[in-house]
Design a protein. Structure first.
Length: 251
């Protein structure tokens, strides 16, 4: 009964029109499926481009973090060492950080993300405060270190925002997920504890005296690095073999 109108219509059409109608019925679903496939490919291509852009941004962010950590460690040491050589080193790294922040701006702006724009502004504000202020010279050596580490923390927060906006954090591959976890969480903890041990050790050597505060800070660094090593080893053990082989020389 439902097909009767269609049968009646087909019976009144010429052979050419019947052929056209039948062809359309076959071609139309193919066109719809083809359009859907093209859209899916375009989305995957855009996602891949965004992830590649995210990796490039992460590379620039880590250059900034490395410089920020060096600035933190040297600035902490300045509490005990006011030599001209150390002052020059701090000044050079300050200039390098300012330049890196400037170079990072167009990289993050390319995502056209309000989240990254806000994070970038927070970074600029934090750097202006810490590079122009003198609060870091107050308090004990532990407080000095934590003060300058505040800027490092702001820089590190860019990693999570970038991986989220670029879509890297949504990658379904287990290896990618584990590597993102290393980048966003574990690596920063390890480098922070390494910097703490380096800064406190250098400070103790310059003072030629190990105070109770320095002892506590060095003990904190040791315990932190021990935990970091175990955490990283656990993550490396979970990595697929192809990932593990690539990073083995650096582990």
């Amino acid at each position: 009964m439902l097909l009767f109108p269609a049968q009646w219509l087909m019976g009144r059409l010429s052979f050419a029109w019947k052929f056209s109608v039948i062809s359309s019925l076959f071609v139309l679903p193919i066109l719809i499926l083809g359009y859907g496939l093209i859209e899916q490919v375009n989305q995957q291509t855009k996602q891949a481009e965004s992830e590649i852009q995210g990796l490039y941004a992460l590379q620039n962010i880590y250059v900034l973090i490395q410089k920020a950590e060096r600035f933190r460690d040297l600035s902490t040491l300045m509490r005990a060492d006011q030599s001209e050589s150390l002052r020059n080193d701090v000044k050079k790294i300050q200039q390098a950080i300012s330049l890196q922040i400037t170079e990072l701006e167009p990289v993050l702006s390319a995502f056209d993300s309000e989240v990254l724009l806000n994070s970038q502004q927070n970074l600029v504000d934090a750097w202006q405060t810490i590079s122009q202020g003198s609060a870091g010279a107050q308090g004990g050596v532990g407080g000095q270190y934590q003060y300058y580490d505040g800027f490092v923390t702001v820089a590190v927060s860019l990693i999570a925002d970038t991986t989220s906006v670029s879509g890297l954090v949504l990658d379904p591959e287990l290896g990618t997920d584990l590597l993102i976890n290393i980048l966003t969480l574990q690596l920063h903890k390890a480098t922070k504890n390494m910097g703490l041990g380096r800064a406190m050790g250098s400070y103790a050597l310059s003072q030629r005296y190990l105070s109770s505060e320095l002892y506590d800070e060095l003990d904190k660094a040791y315990l932190g690095l021990t935990a970091d090593a175990e955490s990283l080893k656990s993550t490396f053990d979970q990595l697929p073999s192809e990932y593990a082989e690539e990073i083995a020389p650096y582990a």
